[in-house]
Ligand binder design. Structure first.
Ligand code: GLU
Length: 471
């Protein structure tokens, strides 16, 4: 039997951390077993579903690299099929029309609550069959009234439900549209899903779905319900815990590798190992090793993982990811210097690609203002002759390479009998606008001679303008 898993989001918002983890676990399980991963868009709630959310989900999955083998299938395109199954359940006596009015169901509920009973539909229309004037019936599934339904969950173990606790759920509304439990059952069946991996907020639906499948004579799939994800404060994860949309993590400068590695550890572990390549995950992941208890997000760990991947993945790859961020900052990422060279000098200094992009703008964009503190400290009047000497020496340099640049800057310091810092730091502020950059020789090398000389000149002029202003 070929393993087939699915991810079945409702497009009512972005792809958030919880959804992405569900998708990842389903994807990994399929990949591990040489199976197939299906994407199904559960868009039957017409009022809440929208195309923008569908796109956000597809974008999030593609950014994470969770490619699917089939789909996306849209439930709204399958209404005829759901109708057919509802008809079959009616024909075979597994479902019935319910003519109860809303008032009647409300009154039933109130009476049960007054008697301190759990509110549930009492199944009265199983017997009362005649239509009622002006009432469009809903269709209810005839749930078994006796016995138990056991979910042999791959994460939670055996969970047993009394059938008497499960009332006759509505499978089609009075306008004929099918409800969630019916559509999921039909789809998991038609799409030959063998393993349903989803959040444990669906655990209570599972015995109902199993009972409908049994009524249809279909062997239920295996189920795995994943524990909740909590915020760092232990409360249920919500928007107030910061970035919850997957694409927000991209915008904030995280690599998909870091997020995948982070997500997999929310509920799954393999000894003490923290860092996993995708191939390792496919080999090591198993749904049986998923924790039963909820796991809390840990933003520090995500940063740590991101830093690890920024440092260790190939510079061409990081450059491709960085180029998106540079584009966001109006930098043409194909300009000079090549982004991969920038990655080489910046990768040990940045925890996120946002930090890297922000710290690399001066390689591409000219500026006419300096970091205030850096300028006050380093672009004082006595720095002007130093910068002029550097201009002359660098202009005369035969070869624009890090090593000769390094020697030249050192040579100027020696000639002027200054400590290296007194020369290099004004030069750095002149070249970059601030006091932080990679080594001065690397920085100037990447900047190129023309830009370097122009910026030294600009800094001298700036110092002179300050002196004039102050007199
Ligand atoms: N569409 C459901 C949701 O987004 C998931 C249904 C399922 O996985 O069975 O919560």
């Amino acid at each position: 039997m070929k393993v087939r898993t699915r991810f079945a989001p409702s497009p009512t918002g972005y792809l958030h951390i919880g959804g992405a983890r569900t998708a990842l676990f389903s994807w990994l399980y399929a990949r591990k077993h040489g199976g197939e991963f299906v994407l199904r868009v559960e868009d039957t709630d017409l009022a809440r579903s929208n195309a923008e959310s569908v796109n956000a989900i597809l974008e999030g999955m593609s950014w994470l690299g969770l490619e699917y083998d089939e789909g996306p299938f849209y439930q709204t395109e399958r209404f005829d099929r759901y109708k057919e199954v509802v008809e079959r359940l009616l024909d075979e006596g597994h479902a019935y029309r319910c003519y109860c009015t809303r008032e009647e169901v409300d009154a039933m509920r109130e009476e049960q609550m007054a008697r301190k009973q759990k509110p549930r539909y009492d199944g009265r229309c199983r017997i009362r069959k005649e239509p009622r004037e002006g009432v469009e019936p809903v269709i209810r599934f005839k749930n078994p009234v006796e016995g138990v339904t056991t979910v042999d969950d791959m994460v939670r173990g055996r969970v047993t439900f009394q059938n008497s606790e499960l009332d006759d759920l509505i499978i089609a509304r009075s306008d004929g549209t099918p409800t969630y439990n019916l559509t999921v059952v039909v789809d998991d069946w038609d799409m030959q899903i063998t393993h349903v991996i989803r959040g444990d907020d669906h655990l209570n639906n599972t015995p109902r779905q199993i009972n409908i499948l049994k009524a249809l004579g279909v062997e239920p799939p295996r189920y795995a319900h994943l524990p909740m994800i909590l915020g760092p404060d232990g409360a249920k994860l919500s928007k107030r815990h910061g970035a919850v949309s997957v694409m927000q993590y991209r915008d904030d400068g995280f690599l998909p590798e870091a997020l995948i590695n982070y997500l997999v550890r929310l509920g799954w572990s393999h000894g003490d190992q923290e860092i996993f390549t995708l191939d390792e995950l496919i080999e090591l992941f198993d749904i049986d090793d998923v924790n039963h208890s909820a796991s809390a997000i840990n933003p520090e760990k995500l940063l740590w993982l991101n830093q690890h991947y920024i440092k260790t993945l190939s510079h061409d790859y990081i450059a491709r990811q960085l180029s998106w961020h540079m584009g966001q900052r109006n930098v043409d990422p194909s300009g000079h210097p090549p982004l991969r060279d920038v990655v080489d000098v910046q990768r040990d200094r940045a925890k996120t690609l946002v930090e890297m992009a922000d710290a690399s703008l001066y390689f591409y964009q000219d500026f006419d203002e300096y970091d205030d503190k850096a300028a006050r400290k380093n672009l004082k009047p006595e720095a002007a002759p130093v910068l002029q000497a550097l201009h002359g020496a660098l202009e005369a340099l035969a070869e624009w390479e890090p090593e000769p640049i390094h020697l030249t800057v050192g040579g100027v310091a020696e000639r002027l009998e200054l400590k290296l810092g007194k020369v290099a730091q004004p030069l750095r502020v002149a070249a970059t606008g601030g006091s932080v950059s990679p080594s001065i020789d690397q920085t100037l090398y990447l900047l190129g001679r023309e830009r370097t000389l122009k910026r030294i000149k600009q800094a001298v002029e700036w110092i002179e303008s300050q002196t004039v202003d102050n007199t």
